[in-house]
Design a protein around this ligand. Sequence first.
Ligand SMILES: Cc1ncc(COP(=O)(O)O)c(C=O)c1O
Length: 428
Amino acid sequence: MHEHHTPLDLVRERSPERPVALARPDAVATAARWFQDKFKGDVFYAVKANPSPWVIETLAANGVTSFDVASIPEIELVAAHAPGARMAFMHPVKSRAAISRAYREFGVKTFALDTHEELAKILEATGGARDLTLVVRLAVSAEGAAYTLSGKFGADTHEAPALLLAARRATEGRLGVSFHVGSQCMRPTAFQAAMAQASRAIVRAGVMVDIVDVGGGFPSVYPGMLPPDLGDYIDSIDRGFAEMVVHEETELWCEPGRALVAEASSILVKVELKKGDALYLNDGSYGSLFDAAHTKWPFPVKLYRGAETADDGEALEVEGALKPFRFYGPTCDSIDHMPGPFWLPEDVREGDYIEIGMLGAYGMAMNTRFNGFGDAETVVVSDAPMASMFGLAGRTIRLPREAAAEEERKVVRLSRPKGAAGKKRRRR
Ligand SMILES: Cc1ncc(COP(=O)(O)O)c(C=O)c1O
């Protein structure tokens, strides 16, 4: 991968024609060390959040050597870039072929499930293995999360006890319980509440669990969303664990995706056309900007101008009076629209470059090749991210006063898109 000190250096030296994913491995390393240090258990990185090889390698080099995988390609990726890493196959619905290959070829022994049917499938596909770690995924309340993840997966309160008991009987290995409080969870106490719910299910089942996996959901900073300190989430988990009916050796696991990688990547795009308040870019909702289009997250932006378009022939970061803009992506589809508002200097022009920040989680990961676009190169930069939960930058994203009021208003209406496009492309 090429390296440049800052995105401006990249613009100055390369004037890139294609979108560029800006990788900040130092931000991944910092987040990895924070979780290793503060979380009192095992940290599994949820690969789906950002499956870039540099992310896997940086995590492994900084002590995160356990991975939550959801498919065979994710398993292959981890095996290639973090040899010897421990993997847990946490997708509650897997094909028999995938279970079998994961177990036989890659030595994966930990499998999630949320139905009796999936339990039977896992046992059959592993040839009746008795050494499995079986993790029963529970549906829990996702109040306070930007993305609810319980609608699709998780055994409910009534089903959970019988399933826990069946899983306990099915293995001589370990039994675990897991849940997901929803992604970008803004309420630390959601973890403690979910753990109380899990504890009730365990007691009703009359089993002891060996693992309590609190899933992901740890938040990052986006405009209009200032999460509580991550330490508050750890405190809530510690309280929840202390109150659970578990044995002395029961292990605590977590599966963060977003919080480990959100700050570590942004995308540098080129303005192909300006039409009023609409900027037509060379990346969009079929590329890294799925959330900007479908959940209308107004990601933070910076403007750079290359030597060719600068008035005095010197590349620069453009500052000055800001105006709200919206973006269109490069495809022919009119839903390839990111309403923002994105606050940029009003004289933004064709040929300028925009860095769109905080896209390390579920940004590049969602990239498609629709319409011949989506071919982004990755370049390493070493400047700070636009915001940080780990002290690498401010914890808020500064906006003009009128924008701040607008973003505040939005905080209360965060929800998943109901449209077909949202359902089709979001796989979590
Ligand atoms: C099973 C599981 N674990 C962990 C995660 C990561 O969640 P987050 O990115 O919110 O931390 C997800 C996300 O969808 C998931 O489905």
